[in-house]
Design a protein around this ligand. Structure first.
Ligand SMILES: Cc1cc2nc3c(=O)[nH]c(=O)nc-3n(C[C@H](O)[C@H](O)[C@H](O)COP(=O)(O)OP(=O)(O)OC[C@H]3O[C@@H](n4cnc5c(N)ncnc54)[C@H](O)[C@@H]3O)c2cc1C
Length: 422
């Protein structure tokens, strides 16, 4: 069994509140997440990874801690974390169980995007009032009953990359929509109470358009909802991201997580919303580094107290890991700190660069950790091989895969909007 990291001294906050000038209430929330990760997530991570089973008890335990409601606005009874605070708290959870942090992200985004993010976007007074009333329904479910929301967007085509309209469609009918489609990689499948699905509203005979994207919470027990397929992947095994089928599911209009048109606006005007997959991997990068330091000092619980730190090659490897970690932290911290509506071109390019760096560097640091610590560090009773596998998954996640980040940086650095070559 994995030993909890509690005995280690090497897991101080990833972003020290004083050094990174965090406000007291931010620091308190992030610390709450860190303690929860260390105490609750770490001891359970190995079992769920091995079984590829969803850690539902982690989510049940998050409820009394307030963590399911971290981004629900204070006036609605939540903890009111802003974007930056959420990212820093999620990185702390990612250190101890990547799969739980990634699944938690899917849940939290349903409240962050309908909460602080939607509050930043213009709406008519009528839409705003309706949105506030509707989102309250979701927030009450989470606060009062510990309801869990998933976020299955991916379909296996170009829609999740933001290129074409979602193939999952919602046909308007009296009082709601009839939704049909298929979502792949639905993290929390079979465990979530609601699936926050992106789909295209399309009336009979109308053309599909990304502008008509709807963000709907579909109850897991609604008629026509099913979860199919196997789940036996390389990493992030405890996310249990199976396939979700929706067949003529009636969804009440009360279940809209955002008013019509607002998701499209958010995706174009609030691009940092897609950075929310990165905190988990920032935490994994830190975890790989922490493991290496503890291991080379002969202080890793579950291993003999053999010191390996005196070899110059190990010292150089740790120094290189440290440099890469600090570079990643600095860029990522800057990017999450400047998230706002209508960011400048420079800020958007920096967000892509931060996403790319976190996703690629987390795995590079984990690979170097394995090479440096050596053969006895790769056994499944230790966390490093899980960190290595989990960290490989970050670059694959749409809409901002590592490749897409590079594509966009290259193109947007060289072309101004509308510019073409003759
Ligand atoms: C552990 C895990 C959990 C996940 N959980 C969720 C979840 O909860 N919800 C969810 O919606 N999705 C989830 N995903 C899915 C993820 O976001 C991607 O949709 C999925 O990994 C894409 O796989 P694919 O083989 O269909 O990629 P493809 O679409 O076939 O793309 C393959 C690669 O080609 C490149 N590419 C794709 N489109 C373009 C383009 N337009 N321009 C340039 N390059 C492009 C990208 O680099 C991409 O990595 C999860 C994935 C993983 C690994």
């Amino acid at each position: 069994m994995n030993r909890p990291l509690e005995a280690q001294d090497h897991d101080a906050p990833i972003f020290a509140p004083g050094a990174f000038r965090l406000r007291d209430e931010q620091a308190e929330l992030i610390e709450r997440a860190r303690r929860f990760g260390r105490r609750v997530l770490a001891p359970r991570a190995e079992k769920h990874d091995r079984e590829a089973s969803f850690p539902i008890e982690n989510f049940r335990d998050m409820h009394p801690e307030g963590l399911l409601a971290i981004c629900i606005p204070r006036q609605e009874g939540g903890l009111g974390a802003d974007f930056q605070t959420y990212c820093l708290a999620a990185a702390e959870l990612g250190r101890y169980c990547g799969a739980t942090a990634l699944s938690w992200n899917m849940h939290v985004c349903s409240t962050l995007w309908s909460g602080a993010l939607a509050d930043d976007l213009p709406m008519s007074g009528e839409d705003r009032a309706e949105h506030i009333a509707r989102r309250r329904l979701h927030y009450r479910r989470i606060i009062e009953r510990g309801a869990i929301y998933a976020q299955p967007f991916s379909e296996g085509g170009a829609a999740a990359a933001g290129v074409v309209a979602f193939g999952t469609e919602a046909r308007p009918v009296a009082g709601g929509f009839i939704v049909s489609g298929k979502k792949i990689f639905a993290s929390l499948s079979g465990a979530a109470d609601y699936y926050g699905v992106l789909c295209t509203e399309r009336a009979e005979g109308a053309a599909a358009s990304r502008r008509n994207t709807l963000y709907l919470a579909i109850p897991a027990d609604a008629t026509g909802v099913s979860v199919v397929g196997d789940w036996d992947p390389l990493g992030m095994r405890a996310t249990v991201s199976r396939t979700l089928l929706l067949k003529d599911v009636f969804v009440s209009e009360q279940e809209m997580l955002m008013p019509r048109g607002v998701y499209f606006q958010a995706a174009t005007r609030w691009p940092h919303m897609f950075l929310t997959l990165s905190p988990t991997y920032m935490g994994l990068a830190q975890a790989a580094y922490d493991f290496t330091v503890a291991y080379l000092r002969g202080e890793m619980p579950g291993t003999p107290p053999v010191k390996r730190r005196m070899y110059p090659t190990k010292q150089i490897a740790v120094a290189e890991m440290h440099v890469q970690l600090e570079q990643t932290k600095a860029l990522w911290f800057q990017a999450i700190s400047e998230a706002q509506p209508d960011p400048s071109k420079e800020q958007v390019l920096r967000a892509y660069a931060a996403q790319h760096s976190v996703m690629e560097n987390a795995n590079a640091i984990a690979a170097k950790a394995l090479r440096t610590c050596g053969g006895q560090a790769m056994f499944k009773n230790l966390s490093l091989e899980r960190i290595y596998r989990d960290s490989r998954c970050g670059s694959l996640m749409l809409p901002w895969t590592a490749e897409i980040c590079l594509d966009r940086i290259g193109r947007e650095a060289l072309y101004e909007p509308g510019e073409k070559d003759e």
